[in-house]
Design a protein around this ligand. Structure first.
Ligand code: HEC
Length: 277
């Protein structure tokens, strides 16, 4: 059975999502390190606890940067066919990301020199660390921005529409529809509505005023309201009826549809409830 929804735990098995989660650590840590080093510089490096905390945080930043880059390599390997502009941006993002650990290392070294002999070492080291930390935040922010553009503008690494992923049968692929969602509707959903629903929910005076023979009438719905809300398989009375959870409306009345059939209809709604005559 293909997954009916994409939950938080699925993200751990998905290289792109795992990368998206792990990259938050260097982003947050770099800001933390910046605040700590500024505070330390403001106190002229006199506060040992602050300097120690900054050292620990910058070591963590270094580790998290290396981990994020590794997860990025895995995500890149899993990226399928993407447009050239997006591929170029992936490379730019990668090159920037590969330098983050150098910044982190520079901060670690700068903070560490605070323990050197000369009297002014703590002050100078705190100032140097704050400056490098500031540059790092800018660099990491730019890297993260490119990563975000890849996800939100180009959809790199985002889950494919269900109809495209697991539900697409060989039959659908062979049918050669330009749009997988239309293919899914024509080969999977339309036959189910035809065989199990339209015999009753069609014609002059359909039950509950629900006509299931056109998308217009499906969206309008019947006595209880819209049967389908495109993009939202968990809302709308049609899925409620199919689930058999509500005794008042359990459809089709004689026998519940198979899980596969219900998932196919849910995927169709989730992918926008496209329709063709
Ligand atoms: C044998 C006839 C029959 C078939 C087949 C049938 N229905 Fe119904 N449907 C009804 C009747 C009658 C009602 C009115 C409520 C009731 O009596 O349960 C209804 C009500 C509904 C409602 C509630 C509408 C509202 O706004 O209150 C939905 C949704 C619905 N059906 C969907 C379906 C779907 C989807 C299918 C196919 C999977 C289907 N029905 C198959 C007879 C049928």
């Amino acid at each position: 059975m293909p997954p009916a929804s994409y939950g938080p735990l699925d993200a751990l098995n998905d290289p792109s999502a795992r990368h998206a989660i792990l990259t938050h650590f260097p982003v947050v840590l770099s800001i933390g390190v910046l605040l700590l080093t500024i505070a330390s510089a403001a106190m002229k490096g006199a506060n040992r606890t602050l300097r120690t905390t900054a050292l620990v945080a910058s070591v963590l930043l270094l580790i998290s940067a290396l981990v994020a880059v590794r997860s990025g390599d895995a995500a890149e390997a899993a990226v399928g066919n993407i447009p050239q502009v997006a591929r170029d941006l992936v490379h730019e993002h990668e090159e920037q990301a590969e330098r983050v650990w150098l910044f982190a290392l520079a901060i670690v070294l700068a903070v560490a020199t605070g323990w050197a002999k000369p009297r002014r070492a703590p002050l100078l080291s705190s100032i140097a660390a704050a400056v490098v930390a500031l540059v790092s935040v800018g660099w990491i922010g730019q890297t993260a921005h490119h990563g975000g553009t890849l996800v939100y503008v180009y959809g790199v690494g985002t889950p494919k529409p269900l109809a495209d992923a697991d539900l697409r049968s060989d039959e659908e692929k062979a049918a050669g529809f330009a749009d997988v969602r239309i293919a899914h509707f024509v080969t999977k959903v339309q036959p189910l509505l035809d065989e199990h629903c339209q015999g009753c929910h069609g014609g002059e005076d359909p039950p509950a005023n629900l006509d299931l023979t056109s998308i217009t009438s499906i969206l309008e719905g019947g006595d209880t309201g819209p049967a389908v809300i495109p993009g939202k398989p968990n809302e709308g009375v049609l899925m409620r009826a199919l689930s058999y959870e509500d005794e008042e409306i359990a459809m089709p009345p004689d026998e519940k549809l198979s899980d596969d059939a219900i998932t196919a209809i849910a995927a169709w709604i989730r992918d926008g409830a496209v329709w063709t005559e």
